[in-house]
Write a protein that binds this ligand. Structure first.
Ligand code: BTN
Length: 259
């Protein structure tokens, strides 16, 4: 994948207009942290064919076969209130969901806080990281991994993860998909910046499979079952535990499984 191929026909103002392309890198998120604002302005795309130290949420690895998928980070300099930055995972997963549907025709769903599923299997994960300067957030790095044309998955992931090719039966054009994701991301970012949070969150909820479902919440080493009730406009998941208590949980260190 080259810069020229990505830029050709890309319909965005800023997202993906500055690009750093790599064949192999440790992690696009790690590299993004080293770039200055002058070198990498808002919306810069860092993309690689392969990562040797791809990182996932909760200190997990993100493993992906070379040249088959999309592995990228977008650098953001949010100019909106800090509360809204907590909603970037929702903007991200909604953008990927919409792009997948447009490009592949597959219907996809969002899983709290920021996974995208097709036929209940994970096809995309996101890792948001931030750097701080003088105790305030300087930049946010939105790292996205989409399983596009990979056909084989390790034994332990086989029933939980899939790719767009496996689910649709056809090879997907990675550049077309990336361009659509960048376009949708820019739109969702603008929606978050200029409209009440409830607008984005209502759109996200329409794509979520969660509500009314029994879930297992894994909080650090501790797990329990509950029912998912709603997601609040600040991004917290509202659950009802089996003894009837209502609680709201933050995405941070929590992972969910449908039971
Ligand atoms: C998860 O679901 O745990 C998040 C996975 C995020 C993976 C992407 S791939 C591109 C970017 N660089 C990384 O090292 N991680 C993210």
């Amino acid at each position: 994948m080259t810069k020229e191929e990505i830029l050709k026909d890309l319909k965005t103002d800023t997202f993906g207009q500055t690009i750093f392309c790599f064949d192999t890198i440790d992690s696009t998120n790690l590299y993004s942290k080293t770039l200055s604002k002058t070198k990498a302005p808002h919306g810069t795309l860092i993309i690689a064919e392969e990562q040797t130290a791809g990182r996932g949420r909760m200190q997990r690895n993100w493993v992906s076969l070379k040249g088959k998928n999309l592995l990228f980070s977008i650098i953001l300099y949010p100019d909106f209130i800090i509360e809204k930055t907590a909603l970037l995972p929702f903007a991200g997963s909604l953008a990927v969901c919409d792009a997948i549907e447009t490009v592949t025709g597959l219907s996809s769903t969002c899983k709290w806080p920021n996974d995208v599923l097709v036929n209940k299997k994970k096809v995309c994960g996101m890792l948001l990281e931030s750097t701080t300067e003088n105790a305030s957030i300087e930049k946010i790095i939105l790292g996205i991994g989409v399983n596009v044309n990979q056909e084989e998955f390790p034994e332990d992931l086989k029933y939980k993860a899939s790719s767009l090719k496996n689910e649709s039966g056809i090879e997907i054009n990675r550049i077309t998909l990336l361009q659509k994701i960048l376009e949708e991301l820019e739109l969702r970012y603008e929606q978050l910046a200029h409209f009440p949070s409830s607008q984005l969150m209502n759109d996200w909820k329409m794509k979520a499979l969660l509500f009314g479902k029994k879930i297992t919440v894994l909080e650090h080493e501790f797990s329990y079952t509950a029912t998912a009730i709603d997601v609040a406009d600040d991004g917290r998941l509202i659950i009802q535990t089996d003894d009837g208590t209502k609680r709201s949980i933050l995405a941070g260190d929590v992972s969910l499984a449908y039971t």
